[in-house]
Design a binder for this molecule. Structure first.
Ligand code: NBG
Length: 835
């Protein structure tokens, strides 16, 4: 690393010359940023070599984390922090008349994910490296990430996310590690003595080219790799015929069709199962990733295949990488010549699966015909896995019914959730309630058959990114009070309880919150033109827009507040700013309409002088990891109001809590655990419980018309959707009206309305008592250590992956201190002791 700031300056100059061919001073601001990153990446690569050498020498087990999405956020600040060179680099740049903060702003925030699932994957690879585990991310390098969102006349407008236009200096193209991936065609069978041989004759062979991003752990000791795959035409397959014929258009189209495979990230809502391209994406990154694993394994262990499960753990993040099972089988049997039983033992001992949702439409299914024609040889394996599964199914009561629910092939479809469960040794949910729902409803037959496979691993988030880095002033205050051990070990945040009642600490915490609110207010003004008062209460809901997350409940209640101010009935207890952010999938009309409603209500309320004395409404466009880092620290109230039972976990709830916001939420996802940790005085829970939702759904005991007819206030709110009250920007909201009144309000918005209104009022009232509020806010931070992704990753490492740490690994997260429920045990036998 750099000896001092002058050494840094010299190296930066040299990098500019070598990489850009220019004197640093002559570079454009973007190129200067580029040179700085390239310098850091080369430093990280040296450390990466050390990590690899140690793994090699010690034959440590490695985890490969397969995820369709990695929502990384900006990396520069994080890297400098992890390498502990922020001040050195800042000083070095200052000598040259440059400001480090300007460099932070030059970084693009790649949107390679939809939301929580992708961000979780990014937090996990960060924690893996920070804890000293050897682990690699395996994903897709989408040419265009999730769209950039702007708002025009209240309507969401999507623009392509051109994150690669100026290059992405963090990545290195590794063409020597490129591997072929094959699609279409047919399988030919021939007998050779007594053994059947299969030869696969594909229609299309593409090249999967890896781009590696080094992942530097906190402290800089461990550097792992995030490998993102890009589809390219393979030389051998270039359409030479078309080219020779002079049909350049056909030759170009051939290239474009292949590159299209990794062009776009699909929105995870409204996934159309007929999308061939999506299946190609899924197979490509699985096939390429598994090939790489086998190459690495053979380098170290030759053909000692029985050692595979002790050397490699393969984690499938949701069902998207579900083909890991059949693909590993195919390679072991077809390419490596293992017999089925041996290959199956290796496969199931290595693969594990996390379920992230109970929404049936998100558990992907592929039409068999489509699957078979695109991946004929993989399909043979899926079919054989399914056949053997059925054949070995025990003769139990309700056998037929259980097979119907658990078989892989059913009703003309390949069911990826079932495939994931069957091919692995472990299935986990992402919060206690969610895991219970998996066991008792969604995967209940699997649970009845193999309860030992199931466990819960409550999600976590990087407290270093979302507290230390996002909230400098609060983090500094915490460190001043309890020392900096919490940075490595988030459970130490519990030591803050000693300061909850300390007036000076409370006051300074409140001052830091005020600064963060002013910072967000400025961002809001710059990006929306709306002026908000940092002294008003900031009540915030930021997440993807989806009916079950019920942004609608929030905005309907704001309409109620507005109407009561207008009619002179009552005014809110305290001036409040209601802030929303989030994207809706392009094809998801309802969610897009809720965004339009929020913006229309904002327009009406903010331009009404009588109303905006008390309330303002803001929609922050283009929610991303980087503006999220401004939003969480500025929040006082965290809205987590999904229909109970439907949010698997939520992770925004954890980020808000760490930053001292109080949760207003339903008893859903990780809110349940937050409630238990902070105690009922420090959270506001309202509304139906998940069992009640279930009951109402099954007995049909809910009619939205009854609520509508029985409550004058609710009637007025609902009517305003279609009577022109909010139509000024872009018309009325018949779709939303119909969802509530004609489709009987699937997500129980009206049913929970009154409870929500009361809970919110009570929480806003509490905010008037500054001392009580500040105490509760600090208490929330003090209890948030459990929700660090370090804790989650330790749980996975110990109970699912059986990982050992690197020899120079930092001190572990102390298990005992995290005020958590005792984790369920799931085959701890393979978990080796630390060095
Ligand atoms: C999401 C859930 C969230 C959860 C994240 C991370 C999908 C499919 N699932 O509740 O909706 O926090 O996963 O586990 O995106």
């Amino acid at each position: 690393m750099f000896k001092n700031k002058y050494d840094f300056i010299d190296q930066l100059h040299e990098t500019a010359l070598v990489v850009l061919g220019k004197e640093f001073e002559e570079c454009s601001p973007q190129s200067k940023y580029f040179a700085l990153v390239k310098l850091l990446v080369s430093e990280a690569s040296d450390q990466r070599m050390k990590t690899m050498r140690q793994t090699q020498q010690r034959q440590r087990k490695q985890i490969y984390y397969f995820s369709m999405e990695f929502l990384l956020g900006r990396l520069l600040e994080n890297y400098l922090m992890n390498l502990d060179i922020t001040e050195l680099v800042r000083d070095g740049l200052a000598v040259m008349g440059e400001r480090l903060e300007d460099y932070y702003e030059r970084e693009k925030d790649p949107g390679l994910g939809n939301g929580g699932l992708g961000r979780l994957a990014a937090c996990f690879i960060d924690s893996l490296a920070s804890l000293g585990y050897v682990g690699n991310g395996n994903g897709i390098r989408y040419r265009f990430g999730l769209f950039t969102q702007t708002i025009e006349n209240g309507v969401q407008v999507e623009k392509p996310d051109k994150w690669l236009d100026f290059g992405y200096p963090w990545e290195s193209r590794k063409i020597e590690d490129a591997v072929p991936v094959r699609f279409g065609g047919r399988v030919e069978r021939r007998y050779d003595g007594d053994r059947m041989h299969y030869e696969y004759k594909p229609d299309q062979t593409i090249l999967a080219v890896p781009y590696d991003v080094p992942v530097v752990g906190y402290g800089g000791e461990t550097v792992n790799t995030l490998r993102l795959w890009s589809a390219e035409p393979s030389g051998e397959n270039f359409d030479m015929d078309a080219f020779n014929r002079g049909d350049y258009a056909a030759a170009v189209k051939y290239r474009a069709d292949i590159q299209a495979i990794t062009s776009i990230l699909y929105p995870n809502d409204n996934a159309d199962p007929g999308k061939v391209l999506r299946l190609k994406q899924e197979y490509m990154f699985v096939c390429a990733g598994i090939q790489t694993i086998l190459v690495d394994f053979k380098k170290k262990y030759g053909d000692n295949w029985e050692r595979f499960p002790d050397a490699v753990a393969i984690h499938t993040n949701d069902t998207h990488p579900a083909l890991c099972g059949p693909e590993l089988m195919r390679l072991l049997v077809d390419e490596e010549g293992l017999d089925w039983d041996k290959a199956w033992k290796i496969t199931t001992a290595s693969i594990s699966y996390t379920n992230h949702t109970i929404l049936p439409e998100a558990l992907e299914k592929w039409p068999i015909d489509l699957f078979r024609s695109l991946l004929p040889r993989v399909y043979d394996f899926v079919e054989e896995i399914d056949r053997r599964y059925i054949e070995s199914f025990p003769q139990v009561e309700h056998r037929q019914e259980m097979l119907k629910n658990t078989a892989i092939l059913w009703d003309g479809q390949v069911r990826t959730a079932n495939l994931s469960v069957i091919c692995g040794h472990s299935v986990n949910g992402v919060a206690e309630l969610h895991t219970e729902i998996l066991k008792t409803r969604v995967l209940k037959d699997f649970y009845a058959l193999t309860p030992e496979k199931f466990s819960n691993k409550t999600n976590g988030v990087s407290h270093r990114r979302f507290l230390l880095q996002a909230n400098h002033s609060y983090a500094a205050l915490i460190t001043e009070a309890i020392g900096d051990n919490w940075v490595r070990d988030a459970s130490r945040l519990s030591e803050l309880t000693a300061f909850e009642n300390d007036p000076s600490f409370q006051e300074r915490a409140a001052l830091s919150k005020r600064e963060n609110k002013a910072r967000l207010a400025k961002y809001i003004l710059d990006h929306t033109g709306v002026e908000v008062d940092p002294d008003s209460l900031f009540d915030i809901q930021v997440k993807r827009f989806h009916a079950y997350k019920r942004q609608l409940l929030n905005v309907l209640h704001i309409i109620d507040l507005y109407q009561r101010i207008r009619s002179g009935e009552s005014v809110p207890v305290t001036p409040a700013t209601f802030i929303f952010a989030g994207k809706a999938a392009q094809g998801y009309d309802f969610a897009r309409d809720v965004i339009r409603l929020v913006n229309s209500v904002a327009h009406t309320v903010n331009s009404d002088p009588k109303a905006n004395e008390y309330i303002r409404v803001v929609f922050v466009p283009d929610f991303s990891v980087s503006n999220a880092q401004l939003i969480y620290p500025a929040a006082e109230i965290s809205e987590q109001i999904s229909t109970a039972g439907m949010e698997a976990s939520g992770t925004g709830n954890m980020k808000f809590m760490m930053n001292g916001a109080l949760t207003l939420g339903t008893y859903d996802g990780a809110n349940v655990e937050i409630a238990r940790l902070v105690g009922e005085d420090n959270i506001k829970i309202f509304g139906l419980r998940s069992e009640e939702v279930e009951r109402l759904r099954s007995d049909g005991g809910y009619l939205s018309w009854d609520v509508y007819n029985g409550d004058e206030r609710i009637r007025r709110v609902v009517n305003s959707l279609t009577d022109g009250t909010f139509a000024a920007l872009s018309g009325n909201f018949p779709l939303i009206y119909d969802s509530i009144m004609r489709n009987n309000d699937t997500f129980f918005v009206l049913r929970d309305f009154a409870a929500y209104a009361d809970a919110r009022r009570e929480l806003h009232e509490l905010h008037l008592d500054k001392v009580a509020w500040n105490r509760s806010s600090v208490h929330n931070t003090a209890c948030s250590g459990y929700f660090s992704s370090d804790r989650s990753v330790e749980d996975y490492a110990r109970e699912i992956w059986g990982l050992q740490k690197r020899v120079s690994a930092p001190s572990p997260v102390s298990e005992s201190k995290a005020p958590a429920p005792a984790p369920e045990k799931n085959d701890p036998s393979s978990a080796a002791a630390e060095d």
